[in-house]
Write a protein that binds this ligand. Sequence first.
Ligand code: FAD
Length: 475
Amino acid sequence: MTTHLVWFRGDLRITDNRALHAACEDPQARVIALFIATPEQWKQHEMAPRQAMFIYQHLQALQHALAERGIGLHYHQCDDFADSVDWLKDFCEAEKVDALFYNKQYEINERQRDAALEKAVSESVICHAFDDSLLLPPGSVTTGNNEMYKVYTPFRRAFLSRLTESDSRSLPAPPARENAGKVVMHRLMPFDYPLADIGEDFAIGEDAARNQLRSFCREQVQDYLEQRDLPAVDGTSSLSPYLAIGVLSPRQCLNRLRAECPDVLEKTEGGAFGWLNELVWREFYRHLIVAWPKLCKHQPFVEWTDNVRWRHAPEELQAWKDGNTGYPIVDAAMRQLNTTGWMHNRLRMIVASFLVKDLLINWREGERYFMSQLLDGDLAANNGGWQWGASTGTDAAPYFRIFNPTTQGERFDKTGRFIKAWVPELVDVPERDIHQPHRWAEKHHRVLNYPLPVVDHARARKDTLAAFEAAKNRS
Ligand code: FAD
């Protein structure tokens, strides 16, 4: 009997999983599964303890789902990637594995690990690697010169012209095998990594993720464009934590979107298209890290921006992290992140701009802090978002686009509903004054237990423009 091993990594689901599906195609084969935890690697990337918990709980759900189909999940913990290659080679020998199935990961360390593994087992194991975590594989959407796009809009145009109906087709979970129900389930030991509570906002399991997707596409997607920028409104899908660890696939997202809005691929407007556009951003950033692996090493896309003389300002950095900058929309956003592990996209843009352009602090500090808190932490999307905010990335907009945190708040949280939910010190401040609470306090002789702004925006703006200008001149 041949033995097929499915190695789960960033794809913790049994539905629409290409590697799992292929491994199960031969009904005679013995199919086993594996997950390897690498806490040392996670520490290096400062993965959020709540994301580690999210992975752990989904691993438990995956173990059950696989066992019901007659597939036992093996679990091991290694220090780092080099270790995992050695251990996996021995495991394949011990389990007499004939073929290994896995879905590709696109970060540079992961790609190097997989290349080393394929080499190490090449004599005895056939490796089957699948493009699974994107709608279109990296390298398949290129310019006329066969190069990756450096700007999003032409990428999207080319991407959508390549996308066909079959790209949204998703695979069912594999059928139960002969030994279904007879698999011994070993207790999964908690990772040797800090684990933190994930709260109630994100239910565990593929079914929960798919239900959330279904109700979003059915009930909310039409209003997406009007609501997506308002943090006080539940107007986006909140599916990012599931997409980040592969509990949900982008094909399932597109498939469901097309089921509710059949003409979404023919249109270039409306809520459904707006949401599809976000899924394409996700693709763009992943395609980018393959074309420019330096992004995985946190190098700026635009090289001269490395000449910017960032400020060393630990106290202001801490105030930003804690949500105590004195700018209500920034503070509310950071407190949402610290409490829930999720932050609204508009707010991610505002707080990133504030850290880099108002405090002139290196964007890598923000990138790292986000990873340490986010439930949806994802190297490509996070790096892409931070480099966008810092004007060091592929974005077409120049470095002199600087968000004004006060007017951003006025525009996107007009009445201060979101601010008041996260900054209780400001509940008594009237709506019209919520974005400049100290002005109101002074006028009405009130004492506010809320910090004064850590920086004057107008002055900071000038300093930042000068710092970028000087960096450009030095290049
Ligand atoms: P929706 O609006 O419902 O969008 C659907 C899906 O599309 C999301 O779940 C996500 O997978 C994807 N998506 C949406 N916007 C983007 C985007 N701008 N870039 C890439 N993918 C996108 N997203 C992450 O998944 N992980 C991160 O670590 C991350 N860090 C970010 C850091 C910064 C500074 C910025 C500006 C953005 C970051 N984003 C990140 C992108 C975006 O903010 C989140 O994906 C989005 O807020 C998640 O909420 P949602 O699921 O409701 O999104």
